[in-house]
Ligand binder design. Structure first.
Ligand SMILES: *[C@@H]1O[C@H](CO)[C@@H](O)[C@H](O)[C@H]1NC(C)=O
Ligand SMILES: *[C@@H]1O[C@H](CO)[C@@H](O)[C@H](O)[C@H]1NC(C)=O
Ligand SMILES: *[C@@H]1O[C@H](CO)[C@@H](O)[C@H](O)[C@H]1NC(C)=O
Ligand SMILES: *[C@@H]1O[C@H](CO)[C@@H](O)[C@H](O)[C@H]1NC(C)=O
Ligand SMILES: *[C@@H]1O[C@H](CO)[C@@H](O)[C@H](O)[C@H]1NC(C)=O
Length: 684
């Protein structure tokens, strides 16, 4: 029983293989259905056509005559949607002839499936044929949708035959046929042989590729068949070749962790017919699918293609390289001739390769030592270097000031208020040391600018005239200025963003606890050329502290810095330099051992008569006859003269007679007080 069933299966499957079409064979209504025949009919509209019942050609061994003799009937149906309608052969356009239907001329409406059913009362079998009718492409003699395709290897020979015309050929009669290329009659080159139904090219050239149309005369009509010939390279007998990573040698790529990466494998595929290139990446013996999710393979891109030979590229992309991604990656390519591969090893960028351990290692070690020394002493080294070799940045930039100091007294109302360490530093020590000790020329808006209707404009211009912008951030300053402190005037904002002006930000303490700390951080991010220097309390005030070195380092290079005892002493207003005295003496002895003994020898670096005015109220750059300004000794404590600010706010420092005098001078018609809001919305 069992062997018998097995034999049956074997036989029936063998039989099926022999049959042309086996996909669907059912007998729902007692009719064996062979579904759709493989042969499809493709014609241009208007052409005559014969549709043969495929049963007699592929499925049964009898011919039409024999079935007629066996009293079997052949019935034709046309499939309309899901239903089959019997075809009534009444018109002139189509007729039933033996085992076929003849269309005098096929039309677009004839598109579809035709079913022939062979049956008697006990027996039934059917099969369908597909017919495609197409109009010519615009301006052409063929429809590209029903073209036949042929390939020809370059330099080899090629025979193009006119396909599917057997039904139109009468025996013993020479067919009348014309050949066209691109729908044009052509002067074929002499080596090409045309013997009616076929065209022979002995040596295929590149421009033999194209659309060949054979046109057969059939009665009063013509039948056209078009074959598109593709010229290809010679079929290769070699495996594909990996171009990058280079085959046979391992490329090493240094990668930075956390960075995205794309490994591009390039490979050359010779022509092997219409098969797609096989190319893939592997890490060791793992396929990309087995790797972590952040590693992906791209689509295969065809970089170049010529006659079917291709250079393709396949990328392996890493969203962000991780430690575990280091390793050996191999790009594999293959065709039926064999395989090829190229490997690339990913390694971390900072990894020193073993080969370097020798002489280079020593150099690296030395470099390391130097780096360490540099790290510890870099500012000193840089300052020393600058003193000796640095070029004078201030020489030819046509800027008036070395720095713009954007610190104003925070609490305008309480002049008598005990000043905090930070305020004292920002208002007194910082400008004094920079100007008097180091000889920089500062612009301090409260001091150097008259309030006027174009106050903000003036400020902006002054910033443009300055080589640096010093922003001092004391907690009070940041907190009091509120949320919108750093809404900058657009021109200034532009300068900060483009790095046109270098900004030195002096942070007094940790501002992290200040309410609008984020504003400060945001400001820092917008500034392109920014250096932050931390002021760490009064100990930073000492002239030899690291703080001043950093500040000076960030300030413009001034080649000739003659520091004079006179200036220091001269400017030694007891208030400030009372505190600083000891320090400045030390600084004097260390930085300028040859202190000039007399005033006469010492060049006055400010070269202005304002120097005297700087003593107490920091001098105002606009010209005031010195005599009109009665600068009284206010107290023995150093006092910051905040005249413009007080003027602006329409108030007077009660005990400041100098302020009164100035007010008289400058409260002329051009002076329009600014609102407090206008000022405070601005850092300047
Ligand atoms: C049909 O087949 C028979 C037997 O093979 C043969 O004698 C006959 O000529 C065939 N008829 C046609 C029209 O081919
Ligand atoms: C129907 O056709 C089959 C196959 O030719 C044949 O075996 C059968 O006897 C026929 N039946 C009738 C009723 O003629
Ligand atoms: C046409 O060419 C084919 C193939 O080259 C050849 O076999 C056939 O004899 C030729 N026929 C004529 C009429 O030259
Ligand atoms: C063949 O015809 C198609 C239009 O269907 C055209 O795009 C193609 O360029 C033609 N081939 C040649 C080689 O001219
Ligand atoms: C990388 O892997 C390939 C394929 O497995 C191998 O041929 C090659 O030698 C490996 N290279 C290194 C450096 O391990």
């Amino acid at each position: 029983m069992k062997p018998a069933a097995f034999m049956f299966l074997l036989i029936s499957s063998a039989a099926c293989v022999n049959l042309k079409y086996i996909s669907k064979r059912n007998s729902v209504d007692g009719c064996i259905d062979w579904s759709v025949d493989l042969k499809t009919y493709r014609v241009l509209a208007g052409e005559p056509l014969r549709v043969k019942c495929a049963l007699f050609y592929s499925y049964i061994r009898t011919n039409y005559t024999m079935t007629q003799n066996a009293k079997l009937r052949l019935i034709w149906y046309k499939n309309k949607g899901d239903s089959e309608e019997p075809i009534i052969f009444s018109g002139h356009r189509l007729s039933k002839e033996g085992d076929s239907i003849w269309f005098r001329s096929a039309e677009m409406e004839d598109n579809g499936f035709y079913t022939c059913v062979l049956r008697n009362t006990t027996y039934c079998m059917k099969v369908s044929m597909s017919l495609t009718v197409k109009e010519n492409d615009e301006g052409l003699c063929f429809s590209s949708q029903i073209r036949y395709l042929e390939n020809a290897e370059i330099t080899k020979s090629k025979l193009i035959t006119c396909p599917d015309i057997d039904d139109y050929l009468a025996p013993y009669k020479q067919p009348i046929m014309t050949w066209y290329k691109e729908c044009q009659k052509k002067e074929w080159r002499s080596s090409i042989i045309i013997n009616t139904t076929s065209l022979w090219i002995p040596v295929v050239e590149e421009d033999d590729g194209g659309n060949y149309t054979c046109e057969l005369q059939y009665g009063s009509r013509v039948v056209r068949r078009t074959t598109e010939l593709k010229v290809t390279a010679l079929i290769t007998a070699r495996p594909p070749k990996v171009l990058f990573p280079t085959e046979g040698q391992t490329s090493i790529i240094d990668v930075q962790l956390g960075m995205p990466l794309s490994l591009d494998c390039k490979a050359f595929f010779g022509y092997i017919g219409e098969s797609r290139p096989i190319i893939y990446w592997m890490k060791g013996d793992k396929f990309v699918e087995e790797l972590e999710g952040h590693v992906r393979e791209s689509e295969v891109r065809v970089l170049r293609e010529y006659l079917g030979e291709k250079e393709v590229e396949l990328s392996l992309t890493f969203d962000a390289v991780e430690e575990t991604d280091m390793g050996n990656y191999t790009c594999h390519v293959e065709n039926h001739n064999g395989r090829g591969r190229g490997s690339v090893v990913l390694q971390k960028k900072d990894m020193y390769r073993l080969e370097l351990a020798g002489g280079l290692g020593a150099i690296l070690l030395l470099l390391g030592v130097f780096t360490a020394i540099y790290k510890c002493y870099n500012i000193e080294i840089m300052l020393c270097y600058r003193r000796h070799f640095g070029s004078d940045e201030t020489e030819d930039d046509n800027k008036e000031y070395d720095a713009y100091l954007s610190y104003t007294k925070v609490d305008l109302d309480s002049v008598d208020r005990e000043v905090s360490e930070e305020e004292q530093f920002a208002l007194e020590i910082l400008p004094d040391v920079l100007e008097k000790h180091y000889g920089y020329k500062l612009f301090i808006p409260d001091r150097d600018l008259i309030p006027s209707s174009i106050y903000i404009e003036d400020l902006a211009r002054s910033v443009e005239q300055s080589r640096r912008l010093i922003i001092v951030l004391t907690p009070e300053f940041v907190a009091r200025r509120g949320w919108s402190i750093f809404q900058l005037e657009t021109r200034l904002h532009g300068m900060l963003v483009t790095g046109e002006i270098k900004v030195i930000m002096i942070e007094c303490t940790d501002l992290r606890n200040v309410i609008n700390y984020q504003e400060v951080e945001a400001l820092k991010h917008t500034i392109k050329a920014l250096s932050v220097v931390k002021w760490r309390g009064p100990k930073s005030n000492q002239l030899k502290s690291k703080f001043w070195k950093q500040v000076i380092y960030e300030m413009p290079t001034k080649k000739k810095e003659t520091l004079s005892r006179r200036q220091v002493l001269d400017s030694g207003e007891q208030g400030l330099f009372g505190d600083l005295q000891a320090v400045s003496t030390i600084a004097m002895t260390t930085t300028s051992p040859s202190v000039a003994p007399t005033h006469a020898d010492i060049p006055d670096f400010n070269q202005s008569n304002h120097l005297q005015m700087r003593h107490f109220c920091r001098s105002y750059e606009y010209e005031i006859p010195a005599s009109t300004l009665q600068i009284a000794t206010l107290s023995n404590r150093h006092m910051y003269c905040n005249i413009p600010m007080t003027l602006l706010n329409g108030q007077m420092t009660q005990n400041n007679t100098g302020g009164k005098a100035k007010q008289e001078i400058h409260l002329n018609s051009t002076f329009v007080p600014l609102s407090g809001r206008e000022l405070t919305s601005d850092i300047w």
